[in-house]
Ligand binder design. Structure first.
Ligand SMILES: *[C@@H]1O[C@H](CO)[C@@H](O)[C@H](O)[C@H]1NC(C)=O
Ligand SMILES: *[C@@H]1O[C@H](CO)[C@@H](O)[C@H](O)[C@H]1NC(C)=O
Length: 511
């Protein structure tokens, strides 16, 4: 702890104060919590922050200015009708590829952001953008003539890597939206599926880039550029011009893909040490739980579960000889004796308590990260997008169990809980993972600050960029050379044939 503080203090104040624009357009609390954490670190580093946020908070810090885009929440919530039908089926993932540019456009068309775009006197030293399946916020950096820093809220994938480097190969990496992580090495079928998916998404991405993002880019940025007496650069030159890709992941979470020099894993940066103390009554409750505590927080999934299923889950949990804390906001008719419902749960503080034996989670990366940080094995009930892959990865490493969302959830959940309580290896593996996760040269938020300041002071950290980003895909896979080689071989085979015929003719003549 001592060391942590010393390192932290050394890094704070090392760089000169800069003006940073932080843009978090995704209307989801999990994203904005991470944005809040980044902003907190930047402010602690003495920087001046303008923060484009869907969930702005009250602040008295003069160095923080919000661009409040909370009104984008309205069109978003209109789309969320079909929760229940979504629950038992797997959504096709390309809708996320369309949501990305949509969120970016909501933000860019918002008055709060337009004010900055249309005022030529506004300037920044860096722009940090929460990447969500779109490059459409990248031109902000170009407009303000400063370096662009991408932040990825989950693990790195081929989608995000291609912004600063190249697509990761489907021979060893999976698409985070594919819903399943096979064990390595992949079988031929799995590789074929991965490659097919990558090609399929590439077509979607090509379509979206050319028919959604580029027209939007033109419409949104042309006038602000003209006000600054500059021409609109080509979209590709702007969208693939990121100086840094910051990834909210860290071994032993994630796929541990090979990364270029300008991609940094800063997972855990949102965890504030020392972790806050529990409220008194909760502390006493947990201290007295001699048999151990199970903590359940199903995040966004909670709102999608039918009430009957919740009652059945309560019933199943009441069969356990453990105390159970459930972060549940809705009222329930009957609560069994060993269960306590919390409408607000300090998740990290509960996980950190020595009596916490098990964490039941929806499998969002932040929650899994907190479980790993505190060394608590999990049972995950993943239901969407990247959760399924995150969970598969950790289940493969023996850190917990996965339970599918079906109508049998209460019973499969109970089975998985009993399995983890019975088998000590989950806890041992988790504690090993925890020590790996926490073993850093420097805490991840000071690392974050270090890289941001480096990018600002070097005007874009050109020395860290990957040469691969400028190489077209066809050249990267040597498609032109393969075709040339095939043509040469074909030509040679013809030559050989002609020579053979000629030789045969000569032989005949000689006879
Ligand atoms: C605001 O930033 C300046 C440097 O730009 C710093 O000296 C000051 O302490 C900061 N104020 C707060 C409240 O953090
Ligand atoms: C790309 O980024 C660098 C470094 O921030 C900057 O100097 C350059 O102008 C950017 N290019 C475009 C087209 O915006």
């Amino acid at each position: 702890m001592m060391l942590y503080t010393v390192v932290w203090l050394c890094l704070v104040g090392a760089g000169a104060a800069s003006k940073v624009l932080v843009v978090f357009p995704v209307p989801d609390r999990a994203h904005s919590d991470l944005g809040d954490a980044l902003v907190r670190t930047l402010l602690a580093g003495g920087h001046e922050v303008t923060y484009v946020s869907v969930f702005p908070k009250k602040t008295t810090n003069l160095n923080l200015t919000y661009a409040d885009i909370s009104s984008v929440l309205t069109p978003q919530s209109a789309n969320e009708k079909n929760h229940k039908s979504m629950l038992y089926s797997r959504q096709p993932a390309h809708h996320i590829l369309k949501a990305g540019p949509q969120y970016a456009q909501y933000a860019l068309h918002h008055e709060a952001l337009k004010k900055l775009l249309y005022d030529p006197s506004v300037a920044f030293d860096a722009v940090i953008v929460d990447w969500f399946y779109s490059g459409l916020l990248a031109p902000l950096a170009s407009l303000f003539e400063c370096p662009l820093i991408w932040y990825v809220h989950g693990d790195v994938s081929w989608h995000s890597l291609r912004l600063v480097h190249e697509e990761a190969s489907p021979a060893y990496s999976v698409d985070l939206l594919s819903g399943h992580m096979p064990t390595l090495p992949f079988s031929t079928k799995e590789r074929a599926y991965g490659l097919g998916l990558q090609v399929y998404y590439s077509f979607w991405m090509y379509y979206i880039e050319h028919f959604v993002e580029i027209p939007a880019y033109d419409a949104i940025f042309r006038t602000p550029m003209q006000l600054r007496k500059r021409l609109l650069p080509p979209y590709e030159a702007v969208a693939y011009n990121g100086s840094l890709l910051l990834v909210n992941s860290h071994p032993p979470l994630g796929q541990t893909l090979p990364l270029p020099q300008n991609t940094k894993l800063i997972g855990g940066h949102h965890i504030r040490e020392p972790i806050k103390l529990l409220p008194k009554s909760l502390q006493a409750f947990m201290d007295n739980a001699k048999n151990g505590v199970i903590f359940m927080n199903l995040g966004n999934l909670q709102g999608k579960l039918p009430n009957q299923l919740k009652t059945q889950i309560l019933d199943a949990l009441s069969q356990l000889d453990r105390l159970v804390l459930w972060h549940l906001e809705d009222a329930v008719e009957y609560v069994p004796k060993n269960i306590r419902l919390l409408d607000r749960a300090p998740q990290l503080s509960i996980l950190k308590h020595h009596n916490t034996e098990l964490f039941i989670t929806d499998g969002s990366l932040t929650s899994l990260m907190e479980a790993v940080h505190c060394g608590v094995p999990f049972v995950a009930v993943p239901s969407s997008g990247e959760q399924l892959v995150n969970v598969d990865l950790l289940v493969g490493r023996g850190l917990g169990r996965k339970v599918d969302v079906t109508k049998y959830l209460p019973w499969t959940l109970e089975g998985a809980i009993r399995e983890i309580l019975r088998d000590a290896s989950y806890r041992t593996n988790m504690q090993r993972a925890s020590s790996v996760f926490k073993r850093r040269i420097t805490p991840s938020n000071s690392e974050f600050l270090y890289w941001v300041e480096l990018v600002i002071s070097t005007g874009g950290a050109a020395h860290l960029r990957s040469p691969a980003v400028a190489v077209p895909t066809l050249e990267r896979y040597h498609v032109d050379l393969w075709i040339l080689a095939a043509l040469i071989l074909w030509f040679l085979s013809k030559v050989v044939k002609v020579v053979q015929v000629h030789l045969k003719d000569l032989e005949k003549k000689n006879k």
